[in-house]
Design a protein around this ligand. Structure first.
Ligand SMILES: *Cc1c(COP(=O)(O)O)cnc(C)c1O
Length: 377
């Protein structure tokens, strides 16, 4: 699905030098590269504050801890997302409220969001899924009307741009009150291990989140609020700072690979290629096809996956079980909801290999096998 080895080889000299410098300095925790990387990320995203932390899941958790929510407060989130978005809500004894996504963009449906708002709703977590931006104009307007916090889950879309109706362009992750991202190795900006970060333009929230990520201390051994221990290793920051300089190039490579697939699949009526809304610059963390014909059930999709596997081609179903059907939430007392769009998408989607190092020969082989499957079925 990804090729982080070839990617590493291209920046090996720089990365090795940076890692060795950290080892020689022994500043493994909160070393200078952590501050440098945070400053460079703030400039890149156009946000005031970047708070590095241990992983993307922690980032989401710390964001929610900073909002002073009470047990039972409701947080709205799409069901069609990675579990990390939603599990932290339940972990903090808040109530996740699952809503639908748009069947074309796979991102939160603003109407479904607005319909789910109650007196207990305090926050919403839109997800820029697969690298496509959620419709932030609508989401921000609804949130403002109902006085809700917006936490963007930008784990899959770092570097993506969102164009508002007024023509202004912002990076995803710089629009809500807080955003969270992940530097998991396969993410668009991936480290050589775990990592994550929080972003905000709000000075108060930044101070609070910095404190929470550091045992709730304002100064050493004085703990003002309940926090956790969530840090980005200096080694990871040093590596990520080098990779940040490559990010726009990585995005261009992913977009070129997506263009190749799009062209290859254009004539196949049984497939829908990823939608690209005019407001979103898709950064293709995933290239996700949808099987669209009524006779294309999950069984057809699964047969396609097996067909590809037999030819040595990996593929993934992101995600086979949506949030509202996960046992973990049933156990924590979340009310069942009916989300037919999400259920149908769960049966339709299949993600093909996409990364920064793909060549046309690989892509021609992969797309050829996909088309061969439909020609035979
Ligand atoms: C990867 C991911 C996360 C969590 O990131 P980790 O660093 O693995 O904890 C959260 N949300 C989404 C949508 C993700 O893809």
């Amino acid at each position: 699905m990804v090729d982080t080895q070839t990617q590493y080889r291209k920046i090996k000299t720089e990365v090795d030098k940076a890692v060795i410098a950290v080892m020689e300095s022994s500043a493994f925790i909160n070393g200078k590269p952590v501050k440098d990387f945070a400053a460079n990320l703030s400039a890149y995203l156009g946000v005031k504050h970047t708070i590095p932390c241990a992983n993307g899941t922690d980032a989401l958790q710390i964001a929610m801890m900073a909002l002073d929510l009470q047990p039972g407060d409701e947080v709205i989130t799409p069901s069609f997302t990675y579990v990390a978005t939603t599990e932290v809500i339940a972990l903090l004894r808040l109530t996740p409220v699952f809503v639908e996504v748009d069947p074309e963009t796979f991102c939160m449906d603003p109407r479904s969001f607005e319909n789910a708002i109650t007196a207990k709703t305090k926050a919403v977590v839109p997800v820029h899924l697969y690298g496509h931006a959620a419709p932030m104009d609508e989401i921000m307007a609804i949130a403002k009307k109902h006085n809700l916090y917006v936490i963007e889950d930008n784990a899959q879309a770092i570097g993506s741009e969102y164009t508002s109706a007024d023509g202004s362009v912002k990076k995803t992750g710089s629009i809500g009150h807080i955003s969270a991202t992940s530097f998991y190795p396969s993410k668009n900006l991936g480290g050589f291990g775990d990592g994550g970060a929080l972003f905000t333009n709000d000075d108060g929230l930044a101070a609070k989140m910095t404190m929470i990520a550091n045992h709730g201390q304002s100064r050493r051994y004085y703990h003002d609020v309940v926090g956790c221990n969530s840090r980005l290793d200096t080694i990871q920051a040093a590596i990520l700072d080098i990779k940040l300089r490559e990010l726009d190039g990585y995005i261009a490579a992913r977009r070129a690979a997506a263009d190749f697939y799009d062209k290859a699949f254009a004539g196949e009526p049984k497939l829908e290629t990823p939608h690209r809304a005019a407001y979103s610059q898709h950064v293709f963390h995933q290239y996700t096809l949808k099987l669209t014909q009524p006779d294309n059930t999950a069984a057809t999709r699964n047969a396609l996956q097996e067909y590809l596997a037999a030819a040595g081609i990996p593929s993934m179903i992101y995600y086979p079980v949506p949030g509202h059907r996960q046992q973990m939430f049933a156990q924590s007392g979340v009310s069942p909801v009916d989300l037919p769009v999400t259920d149908r998408l769960t049966d339709q989607v299949i993600s093909l290999p996409i990364h920064t190092e793909m060549d046309e020969e690989q892509q021609a082989f992969i797309s050829g096998k996909v088309l061969e499957f439909f020609a035979q079925s």
